[in-house]
Design a protein around this ligand. Structure first.
Ligand SMILES: [Zn+2]
Length: 325
């Protein structure tokens, strides 16, 4: 991108700072017990102040209240949220489309900070207003160069009483290393190579695992040398005996689908969509997250038999996938 074009783009994205994403949103339902129960189930929250009306009478609240950390759940839009990627319907989506159209096609949530003012009472309505709060200078990151965009949401009840706030930051980036390659005829026309997948973080605790996948063509399962317990994903210490030393066994590659989700959006460059993201039960007993390939989304079933296959991405990076057996 030329300096001029970039200056113009930056001036345009800066014009979004301070803008409300759209009109204030009122939650679809008032604070209610069924939603609190569902949320507590999903989060493993068992405090009786949220779940047991008799026990809640004995608390300072005198009745069931909603967990404060549930604040954002009350204004979630549901299925409608998937719309707007191609046809932006608010300022935030317009800003993201502008950046995507200029090559910043990747998006990564980086951090969120929430403040809770108080517990929410049954029957209250939550209203929120989200503003584009900050856009960083262009930064170089591991994922590629891009801009950090921070939105700030304030939450109020139906009478304008403060309930809390949230700031949410995403990185909108140009995926690193899209290498131009010549077309086969050797003509002038160069096609841009398919962008590559984002590589997993490989640190002290898990780098060995990826190295064995790449060099030995196996899926290793970490094993405690103290008590022989298997564990996956790799981590520094055995949760059974506290031993830090480990070796590994090679998984057979045979597994069954424990659960799955079909991902349509958001679409990262370098990945095929719809993508079937699976958790499999390895024959040896550990669970592993992966992607199911060579399978239509409508054909995947919980419990189906699958087998591992190690494939290379565009950069020669080896990744274990699963396919129907
Ligand atoms: Zn152990």
């Amino acid at each position: 991108m030329s300096d001029e074009k970039k200056k113009a783009l930056e001036a345009e994205i800066r014009s979004y700072v301070g803008k409300a994403v759209g009109p204030a949103v009122t939650g679809r339902d008032p604070i209610n017990e069924p939603m609190i129960r569902q949320w507590c189930d999903a989060m493993g929250e068992t405090h009786p102040a949220y779940l047991d009306s008799e026990a809640a009478k004995e608390t300072v609240h005198g009745e069931i209240v909603a967990p404060p950390t549930m604040l954002q759940a009350w204004i979630m839009e549901g299925w409608e949220m998937h719309e707007g990627y191609d046809e932006p319907k608010n300022e935030q989506q317009r800003l993201h489309k502008l950046l995507a159209d200029n090559g910043y096609t990747g998006v990564l949530g980086t951090n969120t900070e929430e403040n809770y003012t108080r517990y929410l009472k049954l029957g209250e309505r939550v209203k929120s207003l989200t503003v584009i709060d900050e856009i960083s200078e262009e930064k170089a990151t591991g994922a590629g160069i891009g801009y950090f965009i921070t939105t700030k949401t304030v939450f109020e009840n139906q009478d304008g009483e403060d309930l809390g706030s949230m700031s949410f930051r995403v990185l909108r980036f140009k995926p690193a290393n899209p290498q131009p390659v010549s077309s086969e005829g050797g003509g002038e026309a160069a096609v841009v190579q398919k962008p590559s997948r984002i590589k997993p973080p490989m640190g002290h605790d898990n780098g060995w695992w990826w190295t064995r996948v790449a060099e030995d063509g196996v899926i290793p399962i970490q094993r405690c040398t103290g008590c022989q317990k298997l564990r996956h994903p790799p981590r520094p210490m055995c949760d059974a005996c506290g031993e830090q030393r480990f070796d590994s066994i090679d998984a057979s590659g045979r597994a069954t689908v424990h659960t799955f989700t079909v991902i349509h959006y958001p679409q990262f460059p370098g990945y095929e969509y719809p993508m079937i993201s699976v958790i499999v039960d390895l024959e040896e007993g550990e669970r592993m997250a992966s992607t199911l390939i060579d399978c239509k989304p409508e054909d995947v079933k919980i419990g189906m038999a699958v087998e591992a296959v190690i494939q290379e991405d565009e950069d020669g990076f080896k990744i274990p996938f699963f396919k129907p057996l």
